[in-house]
Design a protein around this ligand. Structure first.
Ligand code: PMP
Ligand code: GLN
Length: 401
């Protein structure tokens, strides 16, 4: 007679998920997600997370729909649809005077976030240092940590001078060590809305020329520069271009942040390494969207008109804010406007944003969210990539302050 096999402890104990030692122990849900949820909960006007609340050009939707109907629905080439890479290379050559080879020097990515992570994973080794200028976009430091590197933070502007978020090249120079692998640069800048000048780029060039330091240049707001300024792409500076990954995003340029398509331009030897990581990270990016974008890019007007489009919104928003007790910081580019609220409240930045959302009905992002140590300066960031009526509704509420 066969007896039932004896059940072991392993079979009778309840299921157990092994404890994991977090690779990113200090990371929680991003402030953008938290503030958008809070805005929704309170029915607040959401000027927090940076995204347009108006539709993209219907002609762009038509281009993508046509591509789907034409059967462009299987894997595209790993590096991106050739016509789109050609269009990107042509745009960069026309605007910034540097001709990238569409075959070997341009790769289409799943947005700028993936592009930045991929560039960092491709070049940063355990123990390497990467210079990051603070305040900065929130994905940079966790990306460096995942590569085993160390972010070396250098504040923009001088201590105590709130609002002067310009690169301080003496401090950047002082942060360079033999372990410095790369520097992350972002102009127009999120969150401070400052724009680097040609002189800033020349200073960076002079500083890096004797070194092997690479540049990861986050240029997602390249088409949002105001008051007649020119976007200072590293592509304009041959010695910088030779050591740089340029990152941009169609989400920003064409009001389609949810599509998550962007690109990277870099010299062939750098791009070859980038593609090794890209290949096993996303492999390829949405085919019909790439075909649609390639067709839509044939007409440069949409991005050439973007500075005027956003400058008008900036001015509308600033004119309204000028009638409140907020102190306005400069907004030279991007779709952000920072304000100092110290004449209105003594709350910390996060508490002030929560209060503003719940009690006044307008959501903003605390500037401290863009600092590793959460530095407090009494400054919050608004996004003005919104319909005029949204901006008017927010201003009406802010006027109560
Ligand atoms: N860099 C900066 C400075 C940004 O503001 C954003 C937009 N959130 C990104 C990168 C990421 O862009 P994408 O949505 O294309 O991933
Ligand atoms: N880039 C946008 C911002 O800075 C949002 C990005 C995100 O939600 N991760 O607000």
């Amino acid at each position: 007679m066969n007896s039932e096999p004896e059940r072991t402890n392993v079979q009778t104990s309840s299921p157990r998920t092994p404890a994991l030692q977090s690779k990113l122990p200090r990371v929680g849900t991003t402030v953008f997600t938290v503030m958008s949820a809070l805005a929704q909960q309170h029915g607040a006007v959401n000027l927090g997370q940076g995204f347009p609340d108006f539709p993209c050009d219907p002609a762009l939707v038509d281009c993508v729909t046509d591509a789907m109907r034409a059967g462009h629905n299987q894997y595209p080439p790993m590096t991106g649809v050739p016509a789109l890479r050609e269009a990107i290379a042509a745009k960069i050559a026309t605007l910034y005077g540097h001709r990238y080879d569409a075959n070997s020097e341009i790769t289409v990515t799943a947005g700028a976030t993936q592009a930045i992570l991929t560039a960092i994973l491709a070049v940063v080794r355990p123990g390497d240092e990467v210079i990051v200028l603070e305040p900065c976009y929130d994905s940079y430091e966790p990306n460096i940590a995942l590569a085993g590197g160390k972010a070396v933070f250098v504040p923009l502007g001088r201590d105590g001078e709130a609002g002067s978020f310009r690169p301080d090249f003496e401090r950047i120079a002082a942060a360079i060590t033999p372990r410095t692998r790369a520097i992350l640069v972002n102009t127009p800048h999120n969150p401070s809305a400052t724009v680097w000048s040609a002189e800033d780029m020349q200073r960076l060039d002079e500083l890096l020329r004797p070194t092997d330091i690479l540049v990861i240049s986050d240029e997602v707001y390249e088409h949002m520069v105001f008051d007649g300024r020119a976007h200072e792409s590293v592509a304009r500076h041959p010695h910088l271009a030779a050591r740089s990954f340029i990152v941009s995003s169609f989400g920003k340029t064409y009001h389609v942040t949810g599509w998550k398509v962007g690109y990277v331009a870099a010299p062939a030897p750098l791009m070859a390494e980038f593609r090794k990581v890209h290949q096993f990270n996303v492999f390829t990016v949405n085919t019909p969207v790439q075909h649609g974008l390639a067709r839509y890019m044939a007409e440069p007007r949409p991005y050439l008109e973007l500075p005027a489009f956003y400058q008008r919104k900036r001015d509308l928003f600033r004119d309204g804010l000028a009638r409140t007790r907020f102190r306005l910081l400069p907004s030279e580019g991007s779709y952000f406007q920072c304000v100092d609220y110290s004449a209105i409240s003594e709350l910390g930045e996060s508490d002030f944003c929560r209060w503003l959302t719940a009690e006044i009905g307008v959501a903003a992002i605390p500037l401290s969210a863009f600092y590793e140590g959460g530095r407090e300066q009494g400054i919050v960031r608004f996004c003005f990539a919104k319909r005029d009526e949204t901006l008017h509704a927010a201003l009406e509420r802010l006027a109560r302050l």
